[in-house]
Design a protein around this ligand. Structure first.
Ligand code: GLC
Length: 824
């Protein structure tokens, strides 16, 4: 194994020399779509129109909500009748009355939020705010295609300039999923081609996940507002000087989701500072345009379309420990014993690949793990859950006795190539085959295979290597003739690669749900596509044990959050290389606020559990793990908000302060909900840092020192302190420090702990504060049918009241549960 591990670490080093993703097709060589000549079904009102073009192309515009329009184009042929997407959860959004009108130059659709103008010659689509008449987004070129390669492209003006390039604003870009990049994606290029990229660094692209969704934020100086509103109106729009939008953001956000799973390319003003283009090597031109104008509204609508994260079991919010690998039952017990002895809370231990028999999925190595149910019972008695890794590669063993391989082969569930032969790749077990998760019966079979793990006492599943990783074809080229059933389309890898992980996680999630209907499934994934949040939480793969990697994790979390994935985390301490006490400690000062909070490290000689670098570091790490547990009522409330609205747990400042120019690219700080702001130390040896505090007033969480916002402040941050601020006017629900979530309630109903929640009050200048508390049983799906409680907390005149959203009854909270932070 040591030999295999070194091969892996070596592969990490040479990775970028061998991965050679295809380049985007040159836009200049592509054909524009023909001119529009007729509207096929202009029934009024209708929620969609189909437009015929003079080259036999067709374009469909479908209004799914007043602020959501789908654009679908087919080049030199009619739109196909088959219309299926793995990303979309809700295709049945309301059929909305939409007014369709035609002029001699254009077709115009109007909703209560948008005016969509389709100019006929050339065919150019523009989106306007219906109330202010402001241009939000416009094609700068007609949509394009390449008849030889099948590539399709859309090109938009950067900064909502009109087709002539006039009146553009400044524009910033957020999103594109898991990218090793800063928060603002302006002037950069990105690709979507899910890739196994151990040791990635800033600018490695693509990496594991493929989420072809971004948010554009148009920013303008206040004094240009009236100029823009009076010059960018479409014909017949009532001009308005008050260009402030209905939800009162001055800077306007829109979303763009290119629902195409082929290898895609996004050029955010990199090749041409005046345009943004997105293109794909194949498949349909099929995108969704969302209008905010607030970023939060875009995220909410995007997650309505692609689905929101179901709540995981509450214990998944606990501290988790992992290593590649804890190689024996004895070692696992030693680790947990030490955790309990040192009084560091711990909820989960992960079993990496070495728990298996020669990496055969759904088996245990009985030499090193002789009694899995016994081990899991021993761990459960100490409040620790087990998550096991499951990779998609199934050991290829013709003629052997490996049940999973034999059954999958007999039932024809493994992916085959066009020549009818199974595709055999190389992963941890050596030669491996992979399931076609698009086959409904194969997906069910895979899900059901988890029953053996659940019976042994496993609580969650970690789906790794699902780009899919293949040591002999990291770029997936050898997979090119692999065919998936794909809803009867029999699609090749070019379309299916980016979807593979989501389909695996779907099979896993649905399997766990079937097998244990009364427990919430907990699945962790490395790769994914838009919509992955419906099935799995995620972590950011094989990051380095470096300060740069720690810093990079923050824009990655923030970006994933605005792309609908709220439950994210990085390997605390870093995965590859050697961490040290200081780096591990600072990493915990980020990790304790990240949703997925797991210490994990690669197979080499270094161990990085909290006690490995001496007492000084261990004591500080314990303090932050304890703070995580104290903050759980607040964190769980924030997570429930993400489940209900899509607005993430970790938020870039710009999401909360959309009109604040200073917040546009702040990505060395983050917010948790709208109350907490964390500005971690991200440099070796630093004991202070500059912090930008947005408008308002802020408390230092630890000292109660009060700061005015809208300014940069220099904050002292010795090793035991992370600069953590609470917005004045907040109520933070907090709980007790426990060894594990639910401690104390094990004997009763099996429900989450009924420990008293205390309320920390950070009053504003008027002495008031507000907050929220969400609670449910913490482990069953009952919350989905309303078995949960939302309370609004209000602090005025020295009294805290709580009212439930069910009956609005206000009760006074006992003073014994109130902790008042008086500012210094
Ligand atoms: C991959 C995973 C890593 C895991 C290792 C062995 O590199 O990203 O987390 O420990 O495989 O399973």
């Amino acid at each position: 194994m040591r030999r295999k591990a070194s091969a892996f670490l070596l592969a990490a080093g040479i990775l970028f020399a061998i991965s050679n993703p295809a380049n985007a097709t040159d836009l200049k060589g592509m054909h524009p779509i023909g001119n529009a000549i007729a509207v096929v079904n202009p029934s009024k009102p209708s929620n969609s129109v189909v437009i015929d073009c003079d080259d036999k192309s067709q374009v469909c515009l479908q209004v799914l909500a007043p602020d959501l329009v789908r654009v679908r184009a087919s080049f030199q042929k009619s739109l196909p009748l088959h219309d299926h997407s793995w990303a979309i959860e809700r295709a049945d959004l309301a059929q909305l009355p939409t007014t369709v009108s035609e002029t001699k130059d254009a077709i115009i659709l109007e909703t209560s939020a948008l005016r969509i103008v389709v100019k006929l010659k050339p065919l150019l689509i523009s989106f306007y705010d219906i109330q202010t008449g402001r241009l939000i987004n416009a094609d700068s070129l007609a949509m394009q295609f390449d008849p030889t390669s099948g590539a399709v492209a859309a090109t938009k003006s950067l900064g909502a300039a009109d087709a002539g390039g006039a009146n553009g604003l400044e524009e910033h870009f957020y999103g594109l999923g898991e990218k090793a990049a800063h928060l603002d994606k302006l002037h950069q290029k990105f690709e979507m081609w899910s890739s196994d990229t151990p040791g990635y660094t800033l600018a490695t692209d693509p990496i594991y996940q493929s989420i072809p969704f971004y948010i554009g934020l148009l920013t303008e100086p206040a004094d240009t507002v009236s100029r823009i509103s009076s010059t960018q109106n479409t014909p017949n729009v009532t001009k308005t000087v008050d260009a402030l939008s209905p939800d009162k953001t001055r800077d306007l956000a829109y979303g763009m989701f290119f629902d195409n799973s082929f290898h895609t390319h996004f050029d955010m003003g990199s090749s041409d500072p005046k345009t943004v283009s997105f293109q794909s090597d194949g498949g349909e031109m099929n995108y969704y345009f969302f209008y905010g104008p607030s970023m939060k509204k875009v995220v909410t609508r995007y997650t309505e379309l692609t689905g929101r994260m179901p709540l995981p079991p509450k214990w998944a919010l606990g501290h988790q420990q992992s290593r590649w690998s804890y190689g024996s039952e004895q070692e696992v017990k030693e680790i947990v014993t030490r955790y309990r002895k040192d009084k560091i809370p711990l909820d989960v231990i992960h079993l990496d690949i070495d728990y298996m028999d020669d990496y055969r999925v759904f088996t245990f190595n009985h030499d090193r793990f002789p009694d899995p149910p016994g081990l899991m019972k021993w761990l459960a008695d100490r409040g620790v859950k087990v998550v096991t890794i499951i990779d998609p590669g199934v050991k290829y063993e013709p003629g052997g006795s490996y049940k999973v391989f034999n059954e999958g082969t007999a039932k024809n569930y493994f992916l085959k190539q066009t020549n009818g032969e199974p595709y055999v790749g190389k992963v941890w077990p050596g030669e491996s085959v992979f399931v076609d998760y698009t086959l409904p019966e194969a997906a069910k079979w895979w899900g059901d295979l988890h029953s053996s793990l659940l019976q042994a006492g496993v609580s969650g599943i970690w789906n790794d290597m699902n780009e899919p990783a293949d040591f002999e074809s990291r770029d997936g080229l050898k997979w090119k003739d692999v065919v998936n059933y794909d809803d009867g389309e029999h699609s090749k890898h070019a379309k299916m690669r980016n979807l593979f992980a989501m389909l695996e996680c779907k099979a896993t999630y649905e399997g766990l749900k079937r097998l244990r209907p009364n427990d919430r499934p907990y699945v962790i994934t490395r790769s994914g596509f838009a919509g992955i949040q419906r099935y799995a939480t995620m972590w950011t793969g094989d990051c380095n044990s470096t300060w740069d990697a720690l810093a990079l994790s923050i824009p990655m979390f923030e970006t994933l959050g605005v792309c609908g994935e709220p439950f994210v985390g990085a390997d605390c301490g870093g995965f590859l290389g050697q961490t040290n006490g200081e780096l591990l400690t600072r990493w915990y000062q980020v990790g304790f606020l990240s949703p997925f909070f797991r210490n994990h490290h690669a197979k080499d000689n270094n161990y990085q559990e909290p006690w490995r670098f001496g007492q000084q570091y261990e004591d500080i790490i314990r303090k932050y793990v304890e703070l995580r547990y104290r903050l759980l009522p607040h964190l769980y409330t924030v997570l429930a908000e993400a489940h209900e609205t899509g607005v993430p747990w970790i938020r870039p400042l710009i999401l909360e302060y959309q009109d604040d120019k200073n917040a546009l690219n702040v990505d060395d700080e983050f917010m948790v909900g709208d109350e907490l702001l964390c500005a971690p130390v991200l440099k070796a040896g630093a004991t202070s840092r500059d912090v930008y505090l947005p408008a308002g007033e802020w408390y230092d969480y630890f000292t109660n020192e009060k700061y005015k916002g809208d300014q940069h402040v220099l904050v002292q941050a010795p090793l035991d302190k992370v600069p953590l601020f609470v917005k004045a006017g907040s109520v933070l629900p907090t709980g007790p420090v426990v060894d594990f979530i639910g401690q104390g309630s094990e004997q009763s109903s099996g429900q989450a702990a009924e420990q008293p929640v205390k309320f920390e009050i950070f009053p504003d200048n008027a002495g008031s504060a507000t907050g929220h508390l969400y609670e449910d049983d913490g482990h069953t799906p009952a919350y989905l049918t309303g078995v949960c409680s939302h309370r609004t907390l209000k602090f005025t005149n020295g009294k805290l009241t709580s009212s439930s959203d069910k009956d609005n009854q206000e009760t006074t909270v006992s003073d014994s549960l109130v902790v008042l932070h008086n500012s210094r």
